[in-house]
Write a new protein. Structure first.
Length: 433
């Protein structure tokens, strides 16, 4: 598939790097681009002369698709199609993102979220068709297609159904997270923009591949797999275990942020972000090789999203230090200190400073408590001791004739649970002869 990129900005130069990366991520070969700095044209988005130039570039490069980095209304899409060579498809950035999401969605949850986003995108277009058809009594007016009187209600019903199913999936996932937390696991989420290197960093930090719910569906679960330099490699969430003695830590890699997403698209993937909102610690991963202005803008957006519902501490991780000099890294640390105080700088690709990040994770996670208990020897005591070994760091166990003395370190929730279970132990009453 061959695509020409088009972008209009109100003023200044038009940056097409991200939309070009998105197009390539969707499988397109970018054969050219047309940009313009001016106010939007209501009918065509670009000016008429620029649309003529776009048509020439499409014809010269034999492109099959024009990808706009602007949001296009249904009338603009139709009008542009009339001015371009026959058979050329016109899509905007949001249609492209949905296309990528559809290609990447492999779990039921991801597929539902994509379907929800598509329906949210289609709903205002269906409403526009209905409005025009009722006003002009001309089904198919402006190339919008035959008016289906029940389509609006059908879309709304499907949205409601998908929301209900996503809520059910999220309840199951929330219960799973709580079981893990009750079992002594600290939950750490990786967040940040797509292509910041979250999946690569996950592989550096992780030691265990057995805890992912969709182990056979995620490409990163092969420990020998190469990191892919493409957008949206991770659409769903992937969870792995990290070894930070004496802690049991679970790391979750989540879908990456992307700039200029409309509210309806962010809302469709809200349940994916619940893995971030419910974590004990968030690692906010940024590509430190990007221009400092771009990093600043992305940090602001991430903070706005994360602080909306997140109460866990956030540690900023400056990734890809292998691409910058020490002086450049120092300058960016200083320039971004207001948004990223005390960041950890690493290279996920070659493992540089990953040990320091593991140490920082240990420091930032909730403190463990030490406990020493004397347990009466009962029928249930050995079961409790075994459970403590599985869910805490046991420092010493001494077995006596009538009791067991155990010293351990664990999360506060685990200590509380052990105390409750210990209080329920009743000494075994010897049988009378």
């Amino acid at each position: 598939m061959r695509a020409v990129i088009a972008k209009r900005v109100d003023d200044g130069p038009a940056d097409t790097s991200e939309i070009s990366d998105l197009a390539r991520a969707a499988g397109y070969t970018v054969t050219g681009e047309v940009t313009q700095s001016r106010r939007a044209d209501a009918a065509l988005q670009l000016g008429e002369g620029k649309v003529d130039e776009l048509a020439r570039v499409v014809a010269d490069t034999d492109a099959t698709t024009v990808v706009f980095d602007n949001r296009l209304g249904p009338y603009q899409t139709y009008n542009l199609g009339q001015r371009l060579p026959e058979g050329v498809e016109v899509i905007d950035r949001f249609t492209l993102i949905l296309e990528i999401f559809g290609q990447r969605a492999q779990t039921r949850k991801a597929q539902l979220q994509v379907e929800l986003a598509e329906l949210r995108y289609e709903l205002p277009r269906a409403e526009a068709k209905a409005s025009l058809a009722k006003r002009d009594e001309r089904p198919g007016f402006m190339g919008l297609g035959e008016y289906d009187e029940g389509r609006e209600e059908d879309i709304k019903a499907q949205i409601s159904r998908i929301r209900d199913e996503l809520d059910s999936i999220e309840q199951t996932e929330a219960q799973r997270r709580e079981r893990r937390r009750d079992s002594g696991f600290d939950l750490v989420a990786l967040a940040g923009y797509t292509n910041a290197g979250k999946s690569t960093l996950l592989r550096q930090l992780a030691t265990d591949l057995d805890v992912d719910e969709n182990a056979d569906l995620h490409p990163d679960l092969d420990p020998t797999a190469e990191s892919e330099d493409r957008l949206f490699t991770t659409l769903g969430t992937t969870t792995r275990r990290a070894d930070i003695p004496p802690r049991d830590v679970l790391l979750t890699d989540t879908v990456g942020f992307i700039s200029d997403l409309p509210h309806w698209l962010v809302e469709s993937f809200k349940s994916t972000l619940d893995s971030v909102y419910r974590a004990d610690l968030v690692l906010l991963v940024v590509d430190v090789s990007e221009p400092v202005e771009e990093i600043h803008e992305k940090l602001v957006t991430c903070h706005d999203t994360l602080y909306e519902r997140n109460e866990a501490p956030i540690v900023t991780v400056f990734n890809k230090t292998d691409r910058v000099s020490d002086d450049e890294l120092a300058d960016k640390r200083e320039a971004l200190s207001g948004l990223a105080p005390n960041p950890v700088a690493v290279s996920a690709r070659d493992g540089t400073n990953v040990d320091a990040l593991l140490d920082r994770i240990d420091v930032e996670l909730p403190d463990w408590e030490r406990e020493r208990l004397v347990l009466p020897m009962t029928d249930e005591t050995m079961s409790l001791v075994s459970w403590i070994h599985d869910n805490a760091h046991v420092e010493d166990v001494t077995y006596g004739d009538e009791d067991v003395q155990i010293s351990f370190e664990a999360r506060p929730a685990i200590v509380s649970k052990v105390r409750t279970r210990a209080g329920d132990l009743e000494p075994t009453v010897p049988e009378s002869s």
